[in-house]
Design a protein around this ligand. Structure first.
Ligand SMILES: *Cc1c(COP(=O)(O)O)cnc(C)c1O
Length: 365
């Protein structure tokens, strides 16, 4: 068996220790005589697995007691509809901060359920920056302000937490799509009304969607909101109103335990800072490659870059693959290359990438 360095944006690399434990437990989970995929979600074994995963996540992110953790399905794209259906209540308008492809998609979907006010947009810059909060134009009474705090496709990450109290609007809940950087850095959950993300970037397998929601935001769903997607129903039933993605929850739980063994979120953040610095410093020092994102807003997780001579793109990807470095092709809307360096990508993987890129530039520059 040989594993490559996998820079996929998602589904993405998982910690090898987690995959090994899952493989060992595949046929017989801790003496149960069956694997986790074969268990009833209401049995005592799986109930314990889900409760442990939730407790570990609560500890890792220091989730306050008045927030509920929901394990759902549909991914972040379905959440773009589920969120307005749950949060609009009697209000008419929702505010959106558009900083890249994902928040753009979110605001378009929300128009089915709400009047959307674009409070700020960095589209004119080609999505290379995050508008400062002081420039956000909030509407008088929005149901919430939507943000995507790490734009996976554009490689743009908020350099600040969207804390509306700083604008004197602390009463408006902030919604944050954290799909691609949740658990990569320390956050203050109390600054948000709702945090959500698909699991397949930094948590576990596709199919599981995580929602962390403040309790007062439950119970306002539109009458036509599907029962299985009403946050109140999901919360009241401990995420088991319908059958949850059990195997995804189990793997996520193993990832949470792995994170705790790494020293928790602050410790993994320090590693992520070092990994990103290694790659961005190399890009900035090179006249062969470039990254075009505003330096203050560069993502630590998703690093888009370009070869200045784009005619070499195919040769670059082929040589990278030969060197055991895969999934480096950029998203089609941005072009060029993208290296996603999530929690499970060790510093050694980023070092291997930089070494390869230096060597390729020396041979082809
Ligand atoms: C990947 C991603 C999505 C889409 O997730 P799905 O699971 O395909 O619904 C949405 N938002 C962000 C920030 C993402 O990284």
């Amino acid at each position: 068996m040989s594993r490559v360095w996998n820079f996929s944006a998602g589904p993405a690399v998982l910690p090898e220790a987690v995959l090994r434990q899952a493989a060992e437990e595949m046929l017989d989970w801790q003496g149960a005589g069956m694997g986790v995929m074969e268990m009833s979600h209401r049995g005592k074994e799986f109930t314990a697995i889900a409760a442990q995963a939730e407790a570990d996540l609560r500890e890792l992110l220091a989730v306050p007691a008045n927030y509920r953790i929901l394990f759902m399905q549909g991914g972040a794209i379905a959440a773009n509809a589920i969120i307005p259906m749950n949060l609009m209540g009697e209000r008419r308008v929702a505010d959106y901060v558009v900083t890249g492809a994902w928040s753009q998609k979110s605001q378009k979907e929300a128009r089915k359920y709400a009047e959307v006010n674009i409070a700020a947009s960095s589209e004119a810059s080609g999505f290379t920056t995050v508008p400062a909060m002081e420039a956000w134009r909030l509407s008088p009474d929005p149901a919430y302000v939507f943000t995507c705090t790490n734009e996976t496709i554009d490689g743009v990450e908020y350099p600040f937490e969207p804390d509306l109290a700083r604008l004197g609007r602390g009463e408006v809940p902030v919604v944050a799509d954290m799909s691609s950087h949740i658990l990569s850095r320390v956050i203050d959950v109390s600054k948000y009304g709702l945090i959500f993300g698909g699991a397949q970037k930094n948590i576990g397998p596709a199919g599981l969607t995580l929602v962390i929601v403040r309790e007062d935001l439950l119970g306002h769903a539109m009458p036509h909101c599907p029962t299985a997607f009403d946050f109140r129903t999901v919360a009241d039933n401990g995420s088991m109103y319908n059958t949850p993605p059990t195997y995804g929850i189990y793997i996520a739980g193993l990832v949470f335990q792995w994170l705790k063994r790494q020293g928790g979120v602050a410790a993994i953040e320090a590693q992520n800072v070092a990994k990103a610095k290694l790659l961005y410093d190399f890009l900035d020092g090179s006249d062969f490659y470039e990254n075009r994102v505003d330096r203050a807003c560069r993502s630590r997780m998703n690093v888009p870059f370009f070869l200045r001579d784009e005619a070499l793109n195919d040769a670059f990807l082929a040589a990278a693959k030969d060197a055991g470095l895969v999934q480096l092709k950029g998203h089609k809307s941005v072009g060029g290359m993208r290296a996603s360096i999530y929690n499970a990508m060790p510093l050694a993987g980023v070092q291997a990438l930089v070494d390869f890129m230096r060597d390729f530039a020396a041979r082809r520059g």
